[in-house]
Design a protein around this ligand. Structure first.
Ligand code: ZN
Ligand code: FE
Length: 265
């Protein structure tokens, strides 16, 4: 039951796009915002199906698979767009960076700087928007994995992931790609005796077989299973050392882990 004077919580909806992108949609039953709309068509279809009007767009970074639908969506809806300072984005865009707050349908989202995948990559986090805290982390954190280092250093990405790993256990982790199953194959190669990881991989295989998404994940799960959040764990370091010789240094270990993943088939 709704308490008088309290704003209703927002609903979260996943819109699959391209081969494995997910465009996250937040709505209050009338108005909607989307995150990283790489394509306008599936967003239009979802808005139509749910009977919603688009009011705003959040962008995490400049890659086309996250921004390609922005111009058409703005043209058709007049939605306001927020995106990272210092990245090349469709204009006009309201530039935000770490520490800023964005109001989404009356709910405050905190902007967190998470450089690594791109130099200006940001994430959006809110404890008030939904029944659980919500994180939109773009291509920084994936379930069981992390983004490739196109513009940033291993030290930057490790610091960005460390920052996200401090968010509450119940945080719903809304990644921009459904890469979970292939990430988990790598995670199991690194950390084969991790029972939480084994159980999670089984759950995700079942979801996949049902044609369901594995996302959103949650932060408690990611801290238990994701080798890129666990690169200081002895079991992850031991798994890595079977593959490569690496110094006992957090950044060197993280870099070697990311390199192994880049070449993992
Ligand atoms: Zn990207
Ligand atoms: Fe992407």
């Amino acid at each position: 039951m709704r308490v008088t004077g309290e704003e209703p919580l927002l609903h979260l909806h996943a819109i699959p796009a391209f081969a494995d992108n997910i465009i996250w949609l937040l709505h209050d039953g009338r108005s909607a915002w989307v995150v990283d709309p790489g394509d306008a068509a599936p967003v239009h279809a979802a808005l139509h199906e749910l009977g919603l009007e688009l009011h705003g767009i959040l962008l995490t970074h400049h890659h086309l698979d996250h921004t390609g639908g922005v111009e058409e969506l703005v043209r058709s809806s007049g939605a306001q767009v927020h995106g990272p300072a210092g990245e090349s984005l469709p204009e006009p865009v309201r530039r935000v960076s770490g520490g800023a707050q964005v109001q989404v349908l009356g709910k405050p989202f905190e902007v967190i700087d998470v450089p690594g995948h791109t130099a200006g990559h940001i994430a959006y986090f809110s404890v008030e928007a939904s029944s659980e805290p919500l994180l939109f982390c773009g291509d920084t954190l994936f379930s069981g994995g992390c983004g490739r280092l196109f513009e940033g250093t291993p030290a930057q990405m490790l610091a960005s992931l460390d920052r996200l790993a401090c968010l509450p256990d119940t945080t719903r982790v809304c990644c921009a790609h459904e890469y979970t199953l292939s990430n988990l194959r790598f995670a199991l190669a690194v950390d084969p005796h991790n029972e939480a990881l084994q159980a999670y991989a089984v759950r995700c295989e079942v979801l996949h077989a049902q044609g369901a998404l594995t996302l959103p994940s949650c932060m408690l799960t990611e801290r238990a299973i994701n080798p890129f959040l666990r690169s200081r764990e002895p079991s992850v370091r031991a798994g890595l050392r079977i593959q490569v010789t690496v110094a006992d240094d957090d950044v060197a270990v993280f870099a070697a882990l990311r390199d192994w993943k880049n070449n993992f088939r």
